[in-house]
Design a protein around this ligand. Structure first.
Ligand SMILES: Cc1cc2nc3c(=O)[nH]c(=O)nc-3n(C[C@H](O)[C@H](O)[C@H](O)COP(=O)(O)O)c2cc1C
Length: 175
């Protein structure tokens, strides 16, 4: 029997886990950073979705595998308004996040006394609710035009070492 040239011989990671990037942003910097990160991760063939906190149902968080939070800070160290609902949910509902991995990229302005506080608080709340931090919190002074590129490199490095389950299917065909 001959092998059909287009017949898949082997498929890896047929049902990959998803990386969810959630952003909290008021004037677009953290949003842009989140999409830059998402584009980089997707172009390395990982399954990844970038979502505004406002468009995300907080309770879904318990079912996530890997969550990357990219958020700025407002007021006097508070979360941007689109991230408030998630922040309050984490603080008051104490969900079981023991099957969730996470990392936080915290944007702010070092001119404020509560520098990058919203990111610091998300980092703390995720851990307090049982999620596992895979990389230390990364802080960016966006007002000094600091870039997200080093954070993207860190995430890509972690994924190369530990992220096989997030890779989209690779199909090997005969011929
Ligand atoms: C009214 C206002 C309040 C702010 N408060 C803080 C703060 O408390 N801590 C901080 O680190 N940055 C603070 N920032 C700086 C923003 O977090 C920073 O400009 C960030 O890059 C904005 O990101 P975004 O465009 O994604 O919202 C504040 C900015 C504004 C305009």
């Amino acid at each position: 029997m001959s092998i059909n040239q287009s017949q898949p011989l082997e498929t890896f990671a047929s049902s990959p886990n998803k990386i969810t990037i959630l952003f909290g942003s008021e004037t677009g910097t953290a949003e842009e950073f989140a999409f830059d990160l998402g584009t980089a991760v997707q172009s390395s063939d990982y399954l990844c979705e970038v979502t505004d906190f406002d468009d995300y149902q907080s309770a879904k968080l318990v079912d996530e595998s890997l969550v990357i939070v990219v958020t700025s800070t407002y007021g006097n160290g508070e979360a941007p308004y689109n991230a408030e609902e998630m922040y309050n949910w984490l603080e008051t509902q104490e969900p079981d996040l023991s099957s969730v991995r996470f990392v936080v990229c915290a944007l702010g302005d070092t001119g404020y006394p509560a520098f990058a506080q919203a990111g610091k608080d998300f980092d703390r709340l995720l851990e307090e609710n049982g999620a596992a931090r895979v990389l230390p919190r990364f802080e960016v002074d966006a007002c000094f035009d600091e870039s997200i590129a080093p954070f993207i490199e860190l995430v890509q490095g972690w994924l190369m070492e530990h992220g096989q389950s997030y890779k989209k299917a690779t199909t090997i065909t005969a011929g």
